[in-house]
Design a protein around this ligand. Structure first.
Ligand code: CU
Length: 157
């Protein structure tokens, strides 16, 4: 066995050690640190959406709102949302047909909307934020994708 073979075994050892290292890091972060993929996805039945989500705004408390939305080619329901002095907004969003993207332009709200799943996100609107905000679909969903928009109006006072 010549020198070239010895180097092959050294490199095999290096690769195996790296794989073992990565596996240990994955095991450590998932078990000890609790990092992982979302395992609490809320599913829904696209054929019975009306039983599982009622589009519209519900006030849960002072400044706390739940906004339920359904995206479908090519609109958001509701397409006009008005919130008075919102402190915390819980969005529950699903799709009635294909993949959509829910984005409130200029904010941190941006979530993928998949048929069969209800995306749930919490948003604390910045205190100075008021007026009309544009909601768009940011996942290409067909011919009139560019027209799929809605308005969120934040009223302060
Ligand atoms: Cu779209």
């Amino acid at each position: 066995m010549g020198d070239s073979h010895r180097l092959e075994y050294v490199w095999i050892g290096v690769v195996v050690a790296m794989l073992a290292g990565f596996t240990l890091i994955l095991a450590y972060t998932s078990e000890a640190k609790g990092y992982g993929t979302p395992d609490s996805a809320v599913t829904c039945d696209v054929k019975k959406l009306e039983e599982q989500i009622t589009p519209g705004v519900r006030q849960l408390g002072p400044g706390i709102y739940e906004v339920n939305l359904v995206g479908a080619q090519w609109s958001w329901n509701p397409n006009r949302i008005v919130l008075e002095n919102p402190k915390k907004v819980i969005f529950r969003i699903t799709s009635a047909d294909v993949l959509h993207g829910f984005e409130i332009v200029g904010t941190s709200v941006n979530v993928m909307v998949m048929p069969g799943y209800i995306a749930e996100i919490e948003w604390m609107p910045p205190e100075g934020l008021e007026g009309d905000l544009l909601i768009v679909c940011n996942e290409y969903c067909g011919l009139a994708h560019h027209q799929m928009k809605a308005t969120l109006t934040i009223v302060r006072g």
